[in-house]
Design a protein around this ligand. Structure first.
Ligand SMILES: NC(=O)c1ccc[n+]([C@@H]2O[C@H](COP(=O)([O-])OP(=O)(O)OC[C@H]3O[C@@H](n4cnc5c(N)ncnc54)[C@H](OP(=O)(O)O)[C@@H]3O)[C@@H](O)[C@H]2O)c1
Length: 290
């Protein structure tokens, strides 16, 4: 990625912007205003999920913008309690209605397991995937992807699905770089996306980051995002503030040295947010009446 406007090409030939905007849990709670501001700041790739309760706000802000739908890249996800063949079909229609659109650019399985220790997760993932494959054929989705899938979860889809997953969305930031999952995805041609690329801003106060920020004359947030860009990972960053939205795009005029990249990759793994696809599954339910 050389500029904010650059795109990656996915396995099915479609292109995807190199940076996306996250919509989870906006500060102040006004998602419509946050997305309006993000559109004004130049973002076109928006990440949402039925779990976040921001699909309706995103749909409204996109519609109001007057910008053609095809200029946007809209991604949503099927939550744990919407998984299964029939349930996923219903869930996607709910998502499309809330987003006021007749197609998604990508639809992702949000989490590979519904509860810890379940024994039927492989079958549930495949039933969900089959529904997604069908709805792609019906023109309701352009491409299919995954989120929080580790190599053993990915293999189930790769070996038994018809469509190949195009992306995998994982928690990634310095201090939690998930090298094993990232290199496995890359070996299969799956583009990796980073959720919570700033570790929800927890890591920005770290002394090492502060020193790097000074060295490169950038902010700690820009160091985090540039780190991901240099690893060919798509950051999905969120901010409710216009200046920070622009600051987060301004990361294409410098390069982090190899040595500093290596140090960032090897930072202590102490900024993990505490959710794990197999062992710490979020106990959250999706609000069907949002
Ligand atoms: N697939 C999944 O399971 C999953 C899970 C979690 C999140 N996600 C996705 O990933 C997106 C991003 O993750 P996130 O929202 O958890 O966290 P994040 O983007 O890592 O951090 C957001 C926080 O950083 C602050 N921030 C943003 N830019 C900044 C800057 N330049 N300087 C200082 N602070 C800055 C924001 O505050 P201000 O608003 O005040 O700027 C906000 O509090 C989500 O919105 C969601 O779309 C996916």
């Amino acid at each position: 990625m050389k500029t904010f406007a650059d795109k990656y090409t996915l396995l099915n030939g479609m292109t995807i912007p190199g940076m996306g905007f996250g919509t989870y849990n906006p500060k102040g709670g006004d998602s419509v205003e946050m997305v309006r501001t993000a559109i004004r700041a130049g973002y076109r790739y928006f990440d949402t999920a039925s779990l976040y309760e921001t699909e309706r706000a995103l749909g409204q802000a996109v519609k109001e913008s007057g910008i053609p739908r095809e200029d946007f890249f809209l991604v949503s996800k099927v939550w744990i309690d919407e998984m299964g063949y029939e349930e996923t079909r219903v869930a996607l229609h709910r998502t499309l209605e809330r987003l006021q659109t007749d197609y998604l650019d990508l639809y992702l399985i949000h989490w590979p397991r519904r509860i810890e220790g379940d024994t039927d997760w492989k079958q549930i993932d495949l039933d969900t995937w089959r529904a997604m494959e069908e709805m792609k054929k019906e023109g309701l989705i352009r491409g299919l992807g995954l989120s929080n899938f580790l190599p053993h979860h990915l293999d189930n889809i790769l070996e038994n699905g018809t469509e190949k997953p195009l992306v995998d969305q994982l928690e990634i930031h310095p201090g939690y770089s998930q090298e094993a999952a990232v290199s496995y995805c890359k070996s299969k041609g799956i583009v990796v996306q980073a959720w919570s690329p700033l570790g929800r801003s927890r890591i920005l106060e770290n002394e090492f980051f502060q020193a790097l920020a000074k060295k490169y004359n950038k902010s700690a947030a820009q160091i985090c995002l540039r780190f991901l860009i240099q690893k060919d990972i798509i950051p999905l960053v969120k901010s409710a503030n216009f200046e920070r939205m622009k600051e987060n795009q301004n990361i294409f005029d410098f390069e982090i040295s190899r040595e500093d990249m290596q140090m960032l990759e090897c930072m202590p793994q102490d900024t993990w947010l505490g959710e794990h696809p197999d062992f710490h599954i979020p106990k959250k339910t999706c609000n069907l009446n949002q």
